[in-house]
Design a protein around this ligand. Structure first.
Ligand code: FAD
Length: 573
């Protein structure tokens, strides 16, 4: 029996701004792209060819971000035997009824051409002896459709190729790039139109410290927020800055509660925090399988695809087995694949495991789920427009409707690629049509706040215990109370700076996410409620759309799911 509905806790309150000095300098462009992963680089490169001036800013250096860490590959129906329709079906099934069918259709039909363009740009994918791109399979896919590079270094190669393309146009006056530039907040005109960003640059000369960048359009491509949890596969820059800034500025943020916990992250002991090594799903795609402490292959019988079931199914089965056996991890067995194969196909994973004292060719690998991917984010339409005029979002920080309640493996690189192109085309057309005038920002007179960076681990612990892989009414309520107590701390004496801004962004997103997780009283995709263990299509075939009201309170509206994306329970086989 599921638990009964609980009295909701009070809605969190968010400030409009992070505490920061006023801008000491100003730059202007037609479009600002924030972030240099696959989404930001693709968008900036395409915009450069079409508008007079693009400004690309990135928090640290160009190749810092999740993109460079992607292992498995990029999904696209490149095999003549495969089809966009089949890719669509697998994506809808993984999304458990909450995808937007039109967004998925755009992804799967345009995906193959976008991947070919990436190849034309210089990305070198692994090839068959006949020269065709090699394709493998990952969880939830019913076809071999994952293109990969350097065995398990796909993201590194894509990032290299995009950055090389950027270097080829580095001196072009149509594009400016600023590294070590952390976007703090979004600037809005009096009617809410986004017309720029405030940013903190560690630079030299005039562009140093906090400044303002003004533009006709701002594209957020700031990636995910894995650092909100104590352990994640995401790199340190993944602190959800773009989503948090959009939320503070009043944008609609959707599906935040759907967080993917990757089933097979190398388990390095209870106290390990921060970015953890991922053992790609492709290792199971090549035949590795999960076993418990007694050597039982527990995925068989759980799902028709067994070890290659969608990620939420595998993560949930692992957590259930860990609970049954009292263990803090299970094991991945890849030994039968042999040293030669493993070293050739997964050179980076094998090297990293060996560095840490595990040899996949001879040892069972201890694995446990850890945060991996944010399915929700800034809500966008099919051309990447958010609910705020002038603001676009692309890649992992966006919620295009492609992933629904759970992302299908290797669809995220593809999403960045496909929607970056769509956004660049839309901005170009609107600039040409005179629809995106430069606007003046209003005077920032609303409240500002910050949480000192010394509290980061407290935010992460509250989120992991309360709104982590397994949630309940009680756990999310406890998380909300802990975060509220941190939000209510007296203003810190410390001067604001990057680590403080990131920590405050984690706090704001944690509050919004926990609130959404508390409200959704069912289990679906990346949202697992121990007190509501079943999917509830009657009540919850809907998205939770979060927005900050003018007075600062978080408001949640429910938007019905797209009926065209409905997937009947048990449709996974
Ligand atoms: C270990 C790992 C393996 C993965 N494997 C795969 C895979 O095989 N296939 C797949 O499809 N997906 C995979 N993913 C997911 C995929 O890599 C990401 O979803 C995708 O790369 C996101 O791209 P992005 O451009 O949106 O963001 P990112 O690549 O994360 O880039 C975000 C950028 O924004 C910048 N930024 C952030 N905040 C600010 C700020 N305040 N100001 C300025 N700049 C900012 C960052 O520095 C960075 O440049 C994997 C992820 C991880 C972590």
């Amino acid at each position: 029996m599921p638990a009964t509905t609980s009295v909701p806790p009070p809605a969190p309150h968010l400030p409009r701004w992070l505490t920061a000095p006023g801008p000491g300098w100003t730059v202007s462009a037609d479009a600002i792209v924030v972030g240099s992963g696959i989404a930001g680089l693709t968008c900036a490169l395409r915009l450069r060819e079409r508008v007079d001036k693009v400004l690309l800013v990135t928090k640290t250096v160009l190749d810092e971000g999740s993109t460079a860490w992607a292992q498995g590959g990029i999904a696209a129906a490149l095999d003549p035997e495969d089809s966009a329709e089949e890719h669509l079906r697998d994506t809808l099934v993984a999304g458990v009824g909450l995808c937007d069918e039109a967004a998925v259709r755009a992804l799967v039909t345009e995906g193959p051409d976008r991947v070919r363009e990436l190849v034309a740009l210089g990305a070198e994918f692994d090839r068959e002896p006949d020269g065709e791109i090699k394709l493998t399979r990952e969880g939830g896919h019913h076809r071999d459709r994952i293109a990969h590079a350097g065995g398990d270094a796909t993201g590194k190669e894509i990032s290299r190729a995009l950055i090389a393309a950027l270097h080829r146009v580095w001196d072009d006056p149509g594009i400016d790039v600023i590294e070590h530039a952390l976007v703090v907040d979004l600037l809005s005109a009096d009617d809410g139109t986004v017309c720029g960003v405030t940013l903190h640059v560690i630079g030299e000369g005039q562009i140093d410290g906090v400044g303002a960048a003004r533009a006709r359009a701002v594209v957020l491509a700031t990636g995910g927020f894995g650092q909100i949890y104590t352990s994640t596969t995401n790199p340190p820059v993944s602190t959800g800055d773009g989503i948090a800034a959009a939320l503070r500025a009043g944008a609609r943020v959707t599906d935040l509660e759907f967080v993917q916990f990757h089933p097979t992250v190398l388990f390095l002991g209870e106290g390990s925090t921060g970015q953890q090594p991922l053992i790609s799903e492709a290792v199971r795609g090549e035949g590795a399988f999960l076993v418990d402490d007694s050597g039982v292959r527990f995925m068989q019988g759980v799902h028709p695809l067994a070890d290659l079931a969608p990620r939420d199914v595998v993560a949930r089965a692992i957590l259930a087995r860990m609970e049954q056996t009292g263990a803090d991890h299970v094991w991945l067995d890849a030994r039968h694949l042999g040293a030669d194969f493993l070293e050739g196909r997964f050179p980076s994973i094998v090297a990293r495991c060996r560095e840490l004292g595990f040899d996949p060719a001879t040892d069972l690998l201890p694995v446990a789920p850890a945060q991996h991917y944010a399915s929700g984010g800034v809500e966008t339409d099919l051309v990447g427009r958010s609910s705020l005029p002038g603001l676009y979002a692309c890649g992992e920080c966006s919620c295009t409707g492609v992933h629904g309640a759970n992302r299908l493996a290797s669809n995220s690189l593809l999403e960045g690629l496909v929607f970056a192109n769509r956004i660049a085309d839309d901005i170009t057309a609107r600039v040409e049509a005179g629809e995106l005038p430069q606007r003046d920002p209003g005077v920032p007179d609303a409240e500002a706040d910050q949480l000192d960076s010394t509290h980061r681990l407290e935010v992460q612990r509250a989120m992991t215990a309360g709104s982590g892989p397994v949630r309940s009414a009680e756990s999310t309520r406890t998380a909300l109370a802990a975060l509220e107590a941190l939000a209510a701390l007296p203003p810190s004496e410390a001067a604001p700076g990057p680590r403080t801004w990131e920590t405050t962004n984690l706090l704001h997103l944690g509050q919004a996410l926990s609130y959404a997780a508390h409200r959704r009283e069912e289990t679906r995709g990346g949202h697992l409620r121990s007190d509501f263990p079943d999917r509830d299509d009657e009540r919850w075939l809907a998205h939770q759309v979060i927005a900050r009201s003018g007075a600062g309170g978080i408001e949640v509206a429910e938007r019905p799911a797209d009926p065209a994306a409905y997937v009947a329970p048990g449709a996974a086989s």
